[in-house]
Design a protein around this ligand. Sequence first.
Ligand code: SAM
Length: 286
Amino acid sequence: MQVRKLLRQRDVRPDKALGQNFLLDPTILERIAEAADLGSDNLVLEIGAGTGALTTFLARDARHVVALEIDQRLIPILETELAGFDNVSVIQGDILALDPAALVRGVVPGPGESPLPYQVVGNLPYYITSAILRHVLEADPRPGRIVVTVQREVAQRIVAEPGHMSVLAVSVQFHGDPELLFSIKPGSFYPSPDVDSAVVRIDVHPSPPVPDDEVDAFFTVVRAGFSQRRKQLHNSLSAGLGERISKHEAAEGLEEVGIDPRRRAQSLSVEEWITVTRALRDILQS
Ligand code: SAM
């Protein structure tokens, strides 16, 4: 049923504070589901199921969809709209307070002991996009693929190349390969958001590019590097690491691994941040 009508029937007004902009265009909903490339082996965690518009397209192709929604007022709508599907579970809750992997664990028995792989799909609430991406990328086990609608400007930041990197771009590209698939105009949503949107697909690496015990150090160094993004790298790293390392030591360490200390954080690729982390860790430990 039409989103506006469904909401009116239950006297539900979209809540801006929860990022409620419902997608109306079935062609776009179908393209999002196609981008997830689901098959009968796939479990899906849908974040922010709303009134179930996208859920029905996902349920058509996937083995099972866990439709998570924070807003209690939308749960009866979801349950009614999805009643015809026996491969959908509706759950009320806040994604940031829940373990994404636990939400899909056990909904369908996996082969042997290993849990079935899962994918995360959602037209995300824009006010917490970065927090949701970080939360999902750090889940254990991680999803194999993520397909999300986000603000277009955020999508562009996620797929940025060296020269325009940010903590968000480094975090996402550390865990996977992101691709901006297509843009969506505000008029495709009810109510219309103030900004353009875009769909991003992230193919998540099977494991992080550094051993588990180096992941925390990597992000500590990256955040330090971006703490004063207009400054040269050796200055921002020294300041961001609380001067546990002097500017001079930082410059020497960077030069030793072939990275010009006068560069700025936004110019480094993920591989270069890994090199920087290893160089500084050696200094910090010596
Ligand atoms: N999937 C629907 C669609 O495409 O029309 C709704 C998308 S709307 C942009 C985002 C949805 O996320 C809303 O239904 C909102 O209530 C829900 N939401 C907001 N914060 C959430 C959170 N922390 N955990 C789970 N769902 C949340």
